[in-house]
Design a protein around this ligand. Structure first.
Ligand SMILES: O=C(O)C(=O)C[C@]1(C(=O)O)C=C[C@@H](O)C=C1
Length: 341
């Protein structure tokens, strides 16, 4: 999955660099949704207690929750929920030193940042993960300490709204096939029995959406450091609307949605063995549904428009609301002073 590469010594809070990770994550999310869309809805895998086999093991959650727990336990034990690249602490120290010299208002950085052992861009859905087998990596905290975690909302909108939509075609194709085989009524719909494959792909989609949404914290920190004085009064008044207005960039969102429609349309085509793409059936790229398209393109765009972008913005605002916690009045006053040109 795409990540910021902390090894380069470049500014990890450069908005351009953070946005380039967000753009690469679009590809990861689209491709994993395309894979999930090959299977039927399989609602059983989202119902708690629906599998006697798991209840017998003493697990009360759903099949998907069990997959998440098992996957994240292994990843956690093998140090996955820490950065895959070892962070060069020295280069980051240099970066912070430069940042300090550049921005006197960010005087809170005069305190040497603590080293953290949890990854700033991976958020497990499961609590109580095992201790890592290897020593946790130490890396400098780039984000301000916070407990913002949107995974419960991500899990809820993905399972309730997204899965039924993106699997609609596979589900309808399945019911047609079942009818042809004489199966009708409630047995006809939704369940193709591919519980393992569907849940494995759900875990991939959930982890990539979670990573994308929590990158909002890096975006927020970057915007805050660029102009802390603009944010401080609204943070102090806990004015969510004003903070949201400050972080919202409508032109960036519009560009993103246009790009996403084009990408989803392109990736959803089956390129023939001779390398030729199929005709669009009269529809232009980015405009709706092509009969042979591997995914509901509008569904992908709606996922971003209705859920991923709004939730990223919520994470950004929640992060900002916590941004002055623990600072002295003197430190806050310094941040509230406009930067001299
Ligand atoms: O790129 C930014 O500035 C962001 O804050 C990220 C993001 C997004 O979710 O893509 C969210 C809010 C902005 O309005 C634009 C885009």
């Amino acid at each position: 999955m795409p990540s910021l590469n902390f090894m380069t010594g470049e500014d990890p809070l450069s908005l351009d660099r953070i946005r380039s990770v967000l753009i690469r994550l679009e590809d990861t999310i689209i491709f994993s949704l395309i894979e999930r869309a090959q299977f039927a809805h399989n609602p059983r895998i989202y119902q708690r207690g629906a599998f006697k086999e798991l209840v017998d093991l003493g697990f009360e959650g759903s099949w998907l929750e069990w997959f998440l727990k098992e996957t994240e336990s292994f990843h956690g034990a093998s140090q996955f929920h820490t950065p895959r690249v070892r962070v060069d602490v020295r280069s980051c120290d240099h970066y912070l030193q430069r940042k300090l010299e550049d921005t006197p208002a960010s005087s809170i950085l005069t305190k040497k940042p603590p080293l953290s052992t949890s990854s700033p861009d991976e958020y497990p859905f499961t609590t109580d993960l095992p201790e890592p087998v290897l020593q946790p990596l130490n890396f400098p905290s780039i984000l301000y300490p916070n407990k913002v975690n949107a995974n419960a909302s991500i899990f809820s909108f993905y399972t309730n709204a997204i899965v039924p939509r993106i699997t609609r075609r596979a589900t309808l194709a399945l019911s047609a096939k079942k009818r042809a085989n004489g199966i009708t009524g409630s047995e006809e719909f939704e369940d193709d029995g591919n519980y393992g494959s569907a849940a494995t792909l759900d875990v991939e989609v959930l982890q990539s959406i979670s990573k994308r949404v929590h990158y909002g914290k890096f975006v927020s920190e970057s915007k805050f450091q660029e102009n802390p004085a603009a944010f401080v009064p609204h943070i102090q008044k806990r004015n969510r609307e004003a903070l949201e207005a400050l972080i919202t960039k409508p032109e960036v969102e519009q560009r993103l949605l246009r790009r996403l429609g084009k990408k989803a349309t392109t990736y959803a085509q089956d390129i023939a063995a001779d390398g030729e793409a199929p005709a669009y059936n009269g529809l232009s790229p980015g405009k709706g549904v092509n009969a042979s398209s591997k995914i509901d393109v509008d569904g992908v765009v709606d996922l971003y428009e209705s859920y991923i972008i709004p939730l990223t913005k919520e994470v950004e605002v929640d992060y900002l609301l916590n941004r002055l916690e623990g600072l002295s009045q003197q430190e806050i006053d310094r941040l509230a002073q406009p930067k001299s040109l």
